[in-house]
Design a protein around this ligand. Structure first.
Ligand SMILES: Nc1ncnc2c1ncn2[C@@H]1O[C@H](COP(=O)(O)OP(=O)(O)O)[C@@H](O)[C@H]1O
Ligand SMILES: N[C@@H](CCOP(=O)(O)O)C(=O)O
Length: 311
């Protein structure tokens, strides 16, 4: 029985005002997906996992993309799909997107499809439909490409890798005792259907500032760019500790801070001027004030999805 295994890293999407556009892959966690072909004479998908994720193929973000690829390309096979979760689910770390990305990469390798990175994103987006009901491209784009990415088009998929000319590290406040059923789906329902022009203009200024800050290596532009007047504010009930953690991050000279994806994790970018220990100490105290136990994870920018070489 032939098998292929791929690894995809966690991600923090949105990055302030880049809702459904920007995302950053990081080394905090990773998912691994192994796909084995049992036979090509029948069609079936059996899922195994170390975590409590749906085991129905159309409801699992790793396997729904495979269903769609096989339909689209007329591939007939019975698969055994092992989803080894390293990324905690439902915490704003791109867990569903990473599973989808690793699965599509492993499948592409197994069937010699040589899918382009854009095609990997296109198919992995089906995984986000399984997990949140919406094909948001940002998490999967970061898990596919690595680094910081901007999804400039979804039909067709076009992803731009953002050159990073500022060296930073990553702190993530991960609230491990928080569980929100179908979190991203619920968070997306909280996004307003209409926005004030002034908020739109400010958010456009922020996203411009963030991208220019990354490219030109300007710390103050990155800090300014990690703000959002619309989506984070609408979702604040999901992470009420966020404003104070952001205040603490700036107090101890972080580069900047924003919500990680749809939350409830919080992302802090740091550099040599930052007192990371004080941020971690006072930030976890803030979580506790809201009856939340935050674990502080240190990470760096991660690379893109990879097929694991089997020894
Ligand atoms: N392979 C998978 N990995 C993680 N979550 C999955 C997977 N398949 C389905 N899900 C479901 O998707 C939801 C987690 O995805 P989501 O809400 O987007 O949060 P996040 O991407 O921040 O982990 C959970 O309800 C989980 O049961
Ligand atoms: N743009 C999406 C990103 C969701 O990221 P996740 O890691 O929380 O799944 C959104 O904000 O809905």
């Amino acid at each position: 029985m032939e098998c292929k295994r791929a690894r995809a890293y966690s991600s923090s999407a949105n990055l302030g005002s880049g809702f459904d556009i920007l995302s950053m892959a990081h080394t905090a966690f990773f998912d691994t997906v192994e796909i084995c072909v049992e036979t090509k004479n029948s069609e079936n998908i059996v899922i195994e996992s170390n975590s409590k994720i749906p085991l129905e193929p159309n409801r699992n973000s790793a396997t729904y993309p495979l269903v769609r690829i096989m339909e689209e390309r007329g591939i007939k096979a019975s698969l055994r799909v092992k989803v080894i979760k390293g990324i905690p689910e439902g915490l704003g770390l791109g867990s569903s997107g990473a599973s989808a990305t690793a699965a599509v990469m492993a499948f592409s390798s197994l069937f010699n499809l040589n899918l382009s990175k854009e095609d990997l994103v296109r198919y992995a987006m089906y995984g986000e439909i399984a997990s949140s009901g919406s094909p948001h491209p940002d998490n999967v784009a970061a898990s596919v490409f690595g680094g910081v990415v901007s999804v400039v088009s979804v039909n067709p998929v076009k992803v731009v890798e953002i050159p990073l000319n500022y060296s930073f590290n990553i702190l993530l406040f991960v609230p491990l005792n928080v569980h929100i059923e179908e979190k991203t789906k619920k968070a997306r329902e909280m996004v307003p259907k209409t926005v004030k022009l002034s908020d739109y203009i400010n958010n456009s200024r922020y996203i411009s500032s963030l991208l220019i800050g990354f490219v030109k290596g300007e710390r103050d532009l990155i800090r300014l760019g990690l703000n959002d007047e619309i989506v984070e504010k609408a979702r604040l009930p999901l992470f009420p500790y966020y404003p104070k953690i952001k205040e603490i991050a700036i107090k101890y000279d972080a580069v900047g801070s924003c919500v990680s994806g749809a939350g409830p994790s919080i992302l802090v970018l740091t550099d040599k001027m930052t007192d990371e220990n004080k941020i971690a100490e006072e930030g976890t105290k803030t979580c506790n004030e809201f009856n939340v136990e935050c674990e502080v994870i240190k990470a760096k920018i991660a690379g893109g999805v990879e097929v694991e070489r089997r020894n």
